[in-house]
Design a protein around this ligand. Structure first.
Ligand SMILES: [Zn+2]
Length: 198
């Protein structure tokens, strides 16, 4: 069991196939995502929970052998509240490659910069992840879709970087958004400082 003790609540995924129990093994990366919903929508965690449940359920109704599933471990709301969806010991289905051995964080944003509250609470979460999963390095991987980092993707990375590094077809190039991209290094530096004084 790996539940973030400072969470504001949880909307745990229960739909079969939406996550892989026990699959996370040695966690080496934190993958940042944006929710694609504006920060003015204040309660996005329950929306994510029901949307991912429906998408996964529909895929398995259409094809019972489908490997499709969708989830993330956490949603960080615009006001910094954090909700958990998947135990970090379990694998979340957040990317089409390198999805496991990773903690996926959905940040409420539609191409908006992270709010001060999201940064403050998000780095606290990342520091806890690194304490719970000591192979995670709190350093930013890559700087842009053209410089997305090596194929190991060990550190704080994002949806587009892991899919580019793994050369998947049609990588989700805009996931984490241009404004969050500019904040990734700042987030990594603050998370490493936070971890040092835990
Ligand atoms: Zn994403």
């Amino acid at each position: 069991m790996a539940m973030y003790p400072n969470r504001d609540g949880e909307y745990m995924m229960t739909e079969p196939g939406s996550f892989k129990p026990g699959r996370n093994g040695d966690v080496v990366r934190i993958i940042m995502h944006q929710t694609w919903a504006p920060q003015s929508i204040t309660d996005q965690a329950p929306i994510n929970d029901s949307f991912w449940t429906k998408q996964t359920g529909d895929a398995h109704k259409a094809n019972s052998k489908s490997q499709f599933g969708v989830s993330a471990h956490f949603t960080v709301e615009g006001d910094g509240r954090i909700f958990q969806h998947v135990d970090t010991a379990d694998g979340a289905m957040g990317t089409r490659a390198l999805a496991f051995n990773a903690v996926h964080i959905e940040l409420a944003s539609k191409d908006q910069p992270l709010t001060t509250d999201q940064i403050f609470c998000g780095v606290d979460l990342m520091a806890w992840i690194a304490r719970e999963h000591p192979s995670v390095r709190l350093v930013a991987v890559g700087t842009s879709n053209k410089d997305h980092g090596d194929k190991k993707q060990r550190g704080i990375t994002c949806h587009s970087f892991v899919e580019l590094a793994a050369k998947v077809e049609n990588p989700k190039l805009a996931c984490r958004g241009p404004a969050i991209l500019n904040q990734m290094n700042q987030v990594a530096v603050l998370a490493s400082v936070r971890a040092a004084i835990f």
